[in-house]
Design a protein around this ligand. Sequence first.
Ligand SMILES: C=CC1=C(C)c2cc3[nH]c(cc4nc(cc5[nH]c(cc1n2)c(C)c5CCC(=O)O)C(CCC(=O)O)=C4C)c(C)c3C=C
Ligand SMILES: [Fe+2]
Ligand SMILES: [Fe+2]
Length: 318
Amino acid sequence: MNVLLMAYGTPYGPEDLEPYYTDIRRGKKPPHELLEELQGRYEAIGKSPLNEITLVQAIRLQALLNLEAPPYPRRLQGPFPPRAPQGPARVYVGTKHWLPSIGEAVAAMHEDGVRRAVAIVAAPHYSLRSVAEYKEKVEQALKGLPDPIEMVWVESYEAHPGLIACYARRVEEAIWRLREPKKAAFVFTAHSIPVAAVERGDPYPRQVEKTAELVAKRLGLPRFSVAYQSAGRTPEPWLGPDINEHLRALKEEGYEEVVVTAVGFPADHLEVFYDLDLEAQATAQEVGLRLLRTRSLNADLDYIQVLKDLVEAAWLRS
Ligand SMILES: C=CC1=C(C)c2cc3[nH]c(cc4nc(cc5[nH]c(cc1n2)c(C)c5CCC(=O)O)C(CCC(=O)O)=C4C)c(C)c3C=C
Ligand SMILES: [Fe+2]
Ligand SMILES: [Fe+2]
């Protein structure tokens, strides 16, 4: 079984920042003020562990796939159907905006003789501004190859019971730390997208709401809400409510404590450490709210098990 595991990617050092930002802006260099602002955000968090987490996710996913399907030599395999999940599993990593790029990963797969693979993004929700763009990059990379690779896509997994259990477990950990759990607010966040994408029928907000609703249901939370974070630095309107405005509104409604879970981001990175742990935390402190941010899924085995389940099911799809 072959897997292409994709994630957003983050710069390895300050010298990578400009080409990284240029890639996010589809080849347009960022103005100096925006680059400086991004540099300031990276300096404030120290380091984004996103690339390391993605690599560990891939290593663990590959190990887990092979653990339950030992890589027997071909002659011992018997009459398995060629698409059975058994056999050596290989997981390749490609990042959308940095290195290894999706193009490099696809080229490596081709070089290794891969002709069929499952493509999955380490983010549970489909958006025209996320998964659709990953797909474009994969298709672009495939175009340049002498032999085709059939990619079976996992486009979204917003309601996977294992994923819901992962988030519920982490919200539960925060509930233990609340002073008055029955009076707390529970907020689920995801990356904002331009309103224009929503108007074009992007299923993203519905999927984010679905994840939030299922986690809340599993925990029997009486109230919960969805807010968006990390809106881009572009003049167009972005989907709200923004987490900072939402925290102010919650305080006005009389809440004293809030648990925030970033359901759109399985892994820690700039927008968890800066936008939630520094910026939203500062807003909460300013208005007098106690904010607890739940632990990310990262490369924890409960999340890797979800990825394993998804790729195995996709591999068996015709
Ligand atoms: C659902 C959409 C998006 C997800 C998920 C997402 C995750 C994500 N983003 C960064 C870092 C940056 N994103 C930036 C801009 C940007 N991001 C999205 C969409 C998603 N990002 C869009 C549509 C844009 C705007 C692009 C443009 O046209 O300019 C930037 C640039 C600075 C900024 O605008 O804030 C950074 C940096 C990470 C690390 C991440 C998840 C891992
Ligand atoms: Fe982004
Ligand atoms: Fe972003």
